[in-house]
Design a protein around this ligand. Structure first.
Ligand code: SF4
Length: 349
């Protein structure tokens, strides 16, 4: 992995960019003016492992709800604002930790300055969120559509406006629903600016397709060493976005304490119900914070060999499994005790 070194930006108590781990974020689906429901959803997100949460701020009432929401949650809160600089000012007065606003869309130079001045004074970073679906007509015409180059130019125009005010607490996102456009846009911008990048595939789809699409787009960039925060956008309960984000980081080895699971696809040699066993074991391990590799293999022909690199694992036999630690057989377990005994061994590892 070729690590891109970005600047460090503080969002409330969380630092992103530089050597900091990739942070997972999401966005609420509740009406922000409904503080009770919004706080309840944010708490569910927090419990799932969400590290930064964004709320839509479409009007003054929503902006004024930020103070009450902030008091009841413990992760950094981001206000998503379009066009209205006044909402950005209210959100900052209410204690928001970060703004998502595009300075080129809020009107006069004076308005941009009012936002950057208050953001500087209160140490509030600004994310410029460029989206392929809402590019300026002028840019679309110049580039002949929502190309990667069009996204990059749009982002750079917004960046220049903030930099003109000596504002550098900038985070950028260049989202598109087309994977090739999104990946190419992030690759291009990553060498043009030093700021942290928030990765996401926009309008990715429902739980299954959206997770897959995001894993490909976000994963490709993370493998290039590009990206500081991620959001898996799903047409689903936002808690599922966090689970999907964690899975992407786990598969890439980017979670600090993660259990990596290796499991075989099974074949005619397998004589235990490995698919069900793997499902139960994975479900039990998903929330565990431990740095180890677990192998779940269907037979003793290839199992022990393939699991050699694993810290702990099983290789199925006839109605039983051999338990391995560091490639060595420890004991035989009857099929009905495999999940329980393997989990016990993992806890004690
Ligand atoms: S480990 Fe055994 S059961 Fe699993 S795919 Fe390989 S040969 Fe088949």
């Amino acid at each position: 992995m070729n690590e891109r070194k970005s600047t460090i930006v503080n969002i409330g108590s969380l630092s992103i960019g530089g050597p900091n781990p990739i942070a997972i974020q999401s966005m609420t689906t509740t009406d922000t003016r409904n503080v009770k429901d919004t706080v309840a959803q944010i708490r569910r997100l927090e419990n799932a492992g969400c590290q930064i949460v964004r709320v839509a701020v479409p009007d003054v009432e929503a902006a004024k709800a930020i103070g009450s929401i902030k008091k009841q949650i413990s992760i950094p809160l981001v206000a998503d604002i379009h066009f209205d600089y006044n909402l950005a000012l209210i959100a900052m007065q209410e204690g928001i930790d970060k703004l998502r606003i595009n300075p080129g869309n809020i009107g006069s130079r004076k308005r941009v300055q009012m936002v950057t001045e208050m953001a500087k004074e209160k140490n509030i970073p600004i994310r410029i969120g460029v989206n392929a679906g809402s590019l300026d007509h002028r840019i679309l015409e110049h580039f002949g559509g929502a190309t990667a180059e069009a996204l990059v130019e749009s982002a750079l125009e917004h960046v220049r406006l903030l930099e003109a005010d000596n504002f550098d607490q900038i985070v950028l996102s260049l989202k598109a629903s087309s994977l090739d456009v999104m990946v190419e846009a992030y690759r291009q911008i990553s060498s043009k600016v030093p700021y942290p990048l928030h990765l996401g595939v926009t309008e990715a789809g429902n739980h299954e397709i959206g997770t897959l699409k995001s894993a490909i787009g976000i994963g490709a960039l993370l493998l290039d060493g590009i990206g500081d925060t991620i959001r898996v956008s799903l047409t689903a309960d936002p808690v599922l976005e966090i689970e999907a984000g964690k899975k992407i980081l786990r598969v890439l080895g980017l979670l600090k304490d993660r259990i990596q699971i290796i499991s075989c696809p099974t074949c005619g040699r397998c004589q235990i119900d490995l698919i069900e066993l793997a499902r139960q074991i994975e479900n039990n391990l998903i929330s565990k914070e431990k740095n180890l590799t677990v192998a779940i293999m269907g037979c003793a022909v290839n199992g022990p060999g393939e699991a050699r690199e694993a810290d702990i694992g099983i290789a199925g036999g006839k109605g039983c499994a051999l338990l391995f630690k560091k490639g060595q057989v420890i004991r035989k377990i009857p099929e009905n005790r495999i999940v329980e005994e393997l989990l016990e061994e993992i806890d004690n590892f």
